[in-house]
Design a protein. Structure first.
Length: 587
């Protein structure tokens, strides 16, 4: 990977709106979680409830008529839902739960696309004091059954169609699932054994007094993406809202009047922390697009709705790159003040493309389901070093650590040394458990650190660089090779749209590097191109790190949250069982 990509240097003279975090060092020195907490409203007696912070308090203040959700339907519908309307809807849903006799702390699952009812259910569940657990609408029956089973789901909110296709057949195996509410089209009956969502809402009383949940009460259950194996159920509490709120302000630079678009589905953590909670606690307008990725549609939304802050994923950026530079020419993206991405390493090539073609600096940030919110970020005021994830959030202590068989977990203080990325526990949105897997949870902590399972290094200026997931790192002839480095190098070739790199067992080297590559439109998978790519990588990376083999694939296997599943590339290459594929994208 080229490390000499030109940095994107920030010039304060270009700011028309000053960043919330102007000086990183000053913000870090001044930060306290108590002060962050004080930005929220809170409830009497030290109670804290995410829904109150997200909608309740705004519905009774100056923002009551501001658009909270700008909903764009698949077939061209456009609906604006104000803060007070969203608050009313969530109250009604809380009353629906009350009417069903649901108890506080019980789990309410959702299996739906990005429809308004999903957002009402999420906030209503939190308001009621129950626990919300979103699932991808594209999951098949088995992953749905597994998650409802692990989480002991009491209520499921879904659509009539999804219910009939995916849930009806497994219902008998879920005795704990007492109630299913289905969203149905007008004049369509709800399937047998379910209640009609619309009717239940219409029949429910309007007002609801938000539950006085304690900060440590369980609020959200999020399953991880399943990139490295079977998804884990991470438990988050109401206190997490402190981090959701402040990271929106500092890392995503939310300002009054912003129109924010987080392209992630609430079925994974980004789509909830930043696709529901953080923009609402910050009182801004959020775009929710029901449709799937489409470059023209996306550029059109940004232009038409005057999106000011755009949060997406590297996989989406790569898809935009794949569609080509022409596609953006007809659109005006100048409303965007801040663009950010998360979920996978953001290849420097992608940062460079964003600068050249979108005319936007893409700010990578890093976090996990377990961390609940953004932990490392390229802040708006900071220069971007392409390929780096940025610096720790004020209030978060990060480190590179080594697991030493004798000394345990030790911090590596030298710059540019690879090791495991670790965080000092104690930030509000830290997960409190892996549901039903206590031992696994405990193993994430050692030597006073939370161990993230990701490998990284920190440079002398304090920027963190992603190396790879612990499980994905390749040991080849005495070298440790991070797949990201190899993938990013391959992406520097004009023909390459995406690359996934694995270690393939080899009797001599231990492992050799093998790459799977998908090509941009207009390029053909030929033998000469394969040779050219091998040579290209070898010249950039040197023989020890460059791939020994390259295969062409039309698309790489990825999770529904957009992550390349290297373990699947490896299993397929070696003819091994594929393991858990519940989150594999199949369309
Ligand atoms: P599982 O834990 O089930 O294998 P997962 O780790 O992919 O799935 P998530 O919690 O959704 O599930 O993803 C978090 C992981 O995504 C991080 O641990 C990291 O490996 C990767 N990631 C997120 N953001 C970045 C980033 N900016 N750069 C590099 N990697 C990132
Ligand atoms: Mg993980």
């Amino acid at each position: 990977m080229r490390t000499d990509w030109p940095p994107i240097v920030k010039d304060p003279r270009e700011w028309t709106v000053a960043p919330n975090l102007v000086s990183y060092d000053a913000a870090r020195a001044a930060f306290s979680w108590e002060a962050a907490r004080a930005e929220l409203d809170g409830l009497p007696g030290g109670a804290l409830n995410i829904a109150h912070e997200a909608v309740g308090r705004h519905a009774r203040g100056p923002l009551r008529d501001r658009t909270a959700i700008l909903w764009l339907g698949k077939s061209g519908e456009r609906r604006e839902i104000s803060y007070h309307e969203l608050d009313d809807l969530s109250s009604r849903f809380a009353n629906v739960l009350a009417g069903l006799g649901v108890e506080r702390g019980e789990r309410v699952f959702a299996l739906a696309g990005r429809i308004p009812e999903l957002y009402a259910a999420a906030l209503g569940t939190l308001k009621y004091g129950a626990v919300f657990c979103p699932m991808f609408s594209a999951f098949g029956p088995e992953p749905i059954r597994q998650r409802l089973g692990i989480g002991d789901g009491r209520v499921l909110v879904t659509t009539g169609t999804l219910y009939e296709r995916k849930v009806a057949g497994i219902r008998d195996s879920l005795p704990g699932l007492r109630h299913v509410l289905t969203v149905n089209g007008e004049g369509v009956d709800s399937p047998a054994g379910t209640l009609d969502f619309g009717q239940a809402m219409a029949a429910a009383p309007a007002g609801f007094e938000t539950a006085h949940t304690r900060p440590e009460d369980m609020a959200l259950l999020h399953f991880t993406s399943g990139t490295t194996g079977k998804p884990k159920g991470a438990v988050h509490v109401h206190e997490a809202v402190v981090a959701h709120h402040i990271t929106g302000k500092l890392a995503l630079d939310f300002h009054d009047g912003d129109v924010f678009w987080c392209t992630a589905d609430p079925g994974w953590v980004t789509g909830t922390s930043y696709g529901i909670i953080s923009p609402l606690t910050n009182g801004i307008t959020m775009v929710v697009d029901e449709a799937e990725f489409d470059a023209d549609r996306w550029y059109g939304i940004i232009q038409r709705e005057r999106v000011t802050v755009w949060y997406t994923a590297p996989t989406a950026v790569r898809m935009l790159m794949k569609v080509g530079d022409e596609a953006v020419r007809d659109y005006d993206l100048s409303s965007v003040r801040f663009m950010s991405s998360v979920g996978e390493p953001l290849n420097p090539e992608a940062v460079d493309w964003g600068r050249r073609v979108l005319r936007l600096a893409i700010h990578d940030n890093w976090w996990q389901t377990e961390t609940g919110g953004i932990m490392l970020a390229n802040f708006r005021s900071m220069d971007i070093r392409p390929g780096s994830m940025g610096k720790p959030l004020p209030g978060v202590d990060a480190a590179i650590v080594a697991r030493d068989p004798g000394a345990g977990v030790v911090e590596v203080t030298d710059a540019d040394v690879e090791g495991e990325l670790a965080l000092r526990p104690g930030w509000p949105s830290m997960f409190r458990a892996y549901l039903g897997e206590d031992e696994r949870y405990r193993k994430c902590f050692a030597g006073g650190w939370y161990l993230t399972g990701d490998l990284a290094r920190r440079d002398a200026a304090g920027y963190y660089w992603f190396v790879g997931r612990g499980d994905d790192v390749i040991k080849s002839a005495g070298h440790l090779v991070g797949p990201f480095e190899v993938e990013s190098s391959l992406m520097e070739h004009p023909a390459v749209a995406e690359a996934g790199v694995i270690g393939k067992p080899d009797p001599v080297a231990g492992e050799v590097v093998k790459a799977f590559v998908s090509l941009k439109s207009g390029f053909e998978a030929t033998e000469p191109l394969r040779k050219e790519l091998l040579g290209f990588a070898r010249q950039r990376l040197g023989p020890a790190v460059a791939p020994r083999e390259i295969d062409f694939l039309d698309t790489l296997p990825r999770t529904r949250s957009g992550k390349i599943m290297r373990r699947l590339l490896k299993a397929r290459e070696l003819g091994l069982p594929e393991g858990d594929t519940s989150t594999l994208e199949t369309t």
